[in-house]
Design a protein around this ligand. Structure first.
Ligand code: CMP
Length: 138
């Protein structure tokens, strides 16, 4: 079925000027952009968004990184969106990311890995609502 996923272009990729390149790869892969904004997470926002990772050793580093500069938040629509988008972004660690993936092209490290993609339909809805008002979810 046609459904939705949520993505962020992370601060590392925005800093390096890769917004256009990444949105181009997303469009070329057949995703429709239904919501889009340039925004920035506060430390408290990043702590809340990544609360599921709060016990991990990298949590502090992750929160600091994700709040250090602007990000692009977007809701994307496609057949089987969550799984298709995770294929397009590639493995969390860019060293393991397949050729042709966004992380292979744009990620720096396991932490600074250029893009986020929701891991389930349920989290896609939660994360979309974290960033977008209902009236912005076209
Ligand atoms: P993502 O899968 O989008 O969401 C969780 C993030 O935690 C992940 O991307 C990485 O940015 C980060 N992360 C995961 N593992 C590590 C790690 N070992 N060291 C630092 N950051 C990590």
């Amino acid at each position: 079925a046609t459904n939705r996923t949520f993505t962020m272009i992370k601060p590392d990729a925005v800093e390096k000027g890769h917004i256009g390149g990444i949105l181009g790869m997303i469009a070329d892969a057949g995703f429709k952009i239904v919501s889009l904004k340039l925004t920035q997470l506060t430390v408290a926002d990043a702590q809340a968004f990544y609360a599921v990772h709060s016990a991990r050793p990298f949590y502090g580093e992750l929160v600091e990184f994700m709040s250090r500069g602007p990000i692009v938040a977007a809701i994307l629509e496609k057949e089987n969106a969550v799984e298709e988008f995770r294929t397009l972004i590639g493995a969390t660690n860019p060293a393991d990311a397949a050729e042709g993936t966004i992380r292979k092209k744009y990620a720096t490290s396991i932490g600074e890995n250029a893009v986020h993609g929701s891991d389930s339909d349920e989290n896609a809805a939660i994360e979309s609502t974290f960033h977008f008002a209902v009236r912005e979810q076209f």
